[in-house]
Design a protein around this ligand. Sequence first.
Ligand SMILES: Nc1nc2c(ncn2[C@@H]2O[C@H](COP(=O)(O)OP(=O)(O)OP(=O)(O)O)[C@@H](O)[C@H]2O)c(=O)[nH]1
Length: 321
Amino acid sequence: MNDGADNSQNEAEGGDGVANPGHGAVDEYRAGFVTFVGRPNVGKSTLTNALVGEKIVITSPKPQTTRRAVRGIVHRPGGQLIIIDTPGMHRPRTLLGERLNDIVQQTLAEVDVVAFCVPADEPIGPGDRFIAAQLDEAPRAKQVALVTKAEAVPKERVGDQLLAVSELREWDLIVPVSALGDIQLDTLVRELIALMPVSPPLYPTDTLTEETFEQRAAELIREAALRDAREELPHSIAVTIDEVVLLDDGVTREVYASIVVERDSQKGIVIGRAAERLKGIRQRAQRELTAIAHAPVSLSLHVKVAKEWQRDPKQLGRLGF
Ligand SMILES: Nc1nc2c(ncn2[C@@H]2O[C@H](COP(=O)(O)OP(=O)(O)OP(=O)(O)O)[C@@H](O)[C@H]2O)c(=O)[nH]1
């Protein structure tokens, strides 16, 4: 990947003489912003990670996992894609829900391409139509439709879904993809870059994300805590990183973090009998943190209650929303 990225830098810096005979040549360096929108759970975060090639965004089978607009960066010799991962769009029920929808609206106004995702394995419903209609809020952006999870159904069903999507509105491009089945991912990157404006690279070619270690760590801990969370608990979990200490060896980090829930009863659930549950969360998260730090990490976890934080503006602010 690095080789390709370095070439891209050179090619971009090579300027007119290298790539552009002067009439919109296809090999001009292009760079810009794309966002994946769609109902919760359609595979937006998984696709982001697959395209970037590293775990940038946490994923989970529970809807509404994504809460932040995260940038993952994909580098190719001919260009750069900056992916803004948005929370799933839905009708807001809490203040958190409203803030999440605000992030989506703001993102739509700023990107070059909006990629609307529908899964191949579920019929298009009112939720999808609601979101497709919202794309009018992004008049500047090119509009692309992706049929995700294409490996999960027979080819004919993918074809039917492509047809159904094409009837929703005008698209600049429609592509079936599968993040887990590695279907058409390279094609998608190529096509998306082709839709971007001609531009020099917007990020250094060795950068995969703008997120800090602390931000990624908090998300990975939340992912670990979500794994066996049931019922209403997933929405009630937030994570704060309280302190990161770099030890004298210059590489090992001690991370002190809190899992925040809304009620005392939830605290008990997260900790589990004889603290077994919390121990499992800590071990899983510590493995993930070690992977992104490329160095040893020792994680300490605390569970705290912040009463009804999803509805309390002050608490939301404190938790970074
Ligand atoms: N079969 C199949 N499942 C997938 C694919 N991509 C994602 N999934 C699964 O779909 C579920 C949701 O994936 P996410 O990537 O978290 O979905 P999302 O759209 O980002 O969800 P929110 O964060 O809730 O908006 C997870 O269980 C994934 O493993 C795919 O290509 N094929």
